[in-house]
Design a protein around this ligand. Structure first.
Ligand code: 48N
Length: 315
C-alpha cells in the first residue's frame, strides 16, 4: 500500500508531519517544554493539563478588567453592523488613543451584512465605496459604476476581524443598550447624551418575566448609534430621543436606492449633542428612503460618522 501523502495541517512550520506511522514531530518550536509529539499516532495525543477554574479565571479576569476599563469610554458605538463597524475601523485606526466600546445586542455581530439581498450571497456596493473595500484589502469584481464582493460574509468577517484586532476596541456582544445616559443643561435646557445604559440582551428580552433587573452603565464622551432601522432592537437611540422630546422621528420611507444612499451618507451627523447617528437608524430619524440590497452607504456613512465623532472631540 502506498504511504499516505503528506498531510498539510498548516502547522508544518512547527511539525515535520508525514502521513506514515513513522512520522515524528521534531521539537515543537512554539512549545517551551519542547515535548516530542507525534501526530502520526493519535492514540498518544495529549493536551497540556489544565484545571477548570483556570479557564474560568482566564475568561472572567479579562471580562471584568474590560468592564472596568471601558466603564469610562471615549466613544461608545451602538450596533456592530456594517455602518457601526466601518466607523469603528476608521476611528480605531486613526485615533489609537481613543477607548472605543462597541455594544452589540446579538451574540453574533455583523447585523444585516452576512448576506446580500433576499439571502443571496453577493454584496453590491456603488462607487466610490470601492475605495473603502480597497482599504480593507477585500477582492471584488469591478462592474463600472458598482462593485460586487463575492460574499457579504467575506466583507463582514474581514471588517470584523480588523476592528477586533485594534488594541483600543472592545466588543461587548450579547449586550443591549436599553437607554441613554443624558445630561440637561440647567440654563439652556439642552439635552446632551453622556453614555449608554446596558444589560445582557437575554435580560433585556425578559424584563416582563422577572422582577426588576437593573442595568449597568458606560459613560462616554460621544455615542455613535448604528442600531439599524426599526425592529425588535433597531432604532433604539432614535426612539429614546423621541421619548425624551429631543427629536421627531421621520421614519424610514419606501425604497429608492439613489435617493437613499446619498442622503444617508450626507445626513450622517451629530443629531443631538453627544449623539451621532449613522447607517439605517438615520433613515428612522430623518425619514430617508431605504436603499435595499446595496451597502455602499453603510460603509461610507460609517466613515463619515467617524469624522463627525472626531469633530465633537476637536471642537
Ligand atoms: O446591519 P444593521 O441592522 O444596521 P446598519 O445601519 O449597520 O446596516 C443596515 C443595513 O444592513 C441594511 O439594513 C441594508 C442596507 N438594507 C437596507 C434596506 O433597505 O432594508 O446593524 C445594526 C446592529 C445589529 O447587529 C443589531 O443587533 C444591533 O445593531 N443593535 C443593538 N445593539 C445593542 N443595543 C441595541 N439597542 C441595539 N439595537 C440594534
Amino acid at each position: 500500500m502506498t504511504p499516505p501523502t503528506m498531510i498539510d495541517t498548516g502547522l508544518k512550520d512547527h511539525f515535520s508531519l508525514k502521513g506514515s506511522k513513522e512520522a515524528k514531530v521534531v521539537n515543537l518550536t512554539s512549545n517551551k517544554s519542547n515535548a516530542e509529539v507525534s501526530f502520526a499516532d493519535w492514540d498518544k495525543f495529549k493536551f497540556a493539563p489544565i484545571r477548570e477554574s483556570t479557564v474560568s479565571r482566564a475568561m472572567t479576569k479579562r471580562y471584568f478588567a474590560d468592564l472596568d476599563k471601558y466603564a469610562e469610554s471615549d466613544v461608545v458605538i451602538i450596533g456592530a453592523g456594517s455602518a457601526g463597524l466601518s466607523a469603528a475601523y476608521v476611528l480605531a485606526k486613526n485615533r489609537p488613543e481613543l477607548k472605543i466600546a462597541i455594544i452589540e445586542a446579538s451574540v453574533s455581530p455583523g447585523g444585516g451584512c452576512w448576506l446580500g439581498g433576499q439571502l443571496f450571497s453577493a454584496m453590491v456596493l456603488r462607487k466610490p465605496a470601492d475605495l473603502f473595500i480597497q482599504e480593507l484589502g477585500i477582492d471584488y469584481e469591478d462592474e463600472g459604476d458598482y462593485i460586487v464582493v463575492k460574499h457579504a460574509a467575506y466583507f463582514m468577517s474581514t471588517l470584523l476581524s480588523k476592528v477586533l484586532s485594534f488594541p483600543n476596541v472592545k466588543l461587548f456582544n450579547a449586550t443591549a443598550v436599553e437607554d441613554l445616559i443624558t445630561r440637561q443643561d440647567e440654563t439652556t435646557g439642552e439635552l446632551r447624551v453622556a453614555g449608554v445604559v446596558t444589560n445582557w440582551t437575554l435580560v433585556s428580552l425578559n424584563h416582563d418575566t422577572q422582577s426588576c433587573m437593573d442595568p449597568n452603565t458606560i459613560n462616554a464622551s460621544v455615542v455613535l448609534s448604528a442600531s439599524g432601522h426599526d425592529g425588535p432592537f433597531g432604532a433604539g437611540s432614535a426612539k429614546h430621543l423621541h421619548r425624551l422630546g429631543a427629536i421627531e422621528m421621520g421614519h424610514m420611507r419606501g425604497l429608492d436606492m439613489n435617493a437613499a444612499e446619498d442622503s444617508i451618507v450626507k445626513g450622517t451627523r451629530e443629531v443631538t449633542p453627544g449623539l451621532v447617528f449613522t447607517g439605517m437608524e438615520l433613515a428612522e430619524v430623518d425619514g430617508f428612503n431605504r436603499m435595499g440590497p446595496t451597502f455602499g452607504a453603510m460603509a461610507l456613512s460609517g466613515v463619515k460618522a467617524a469624522e463627525s465623532v472626531l469633530n465633537t472631540f476637536d471642537v
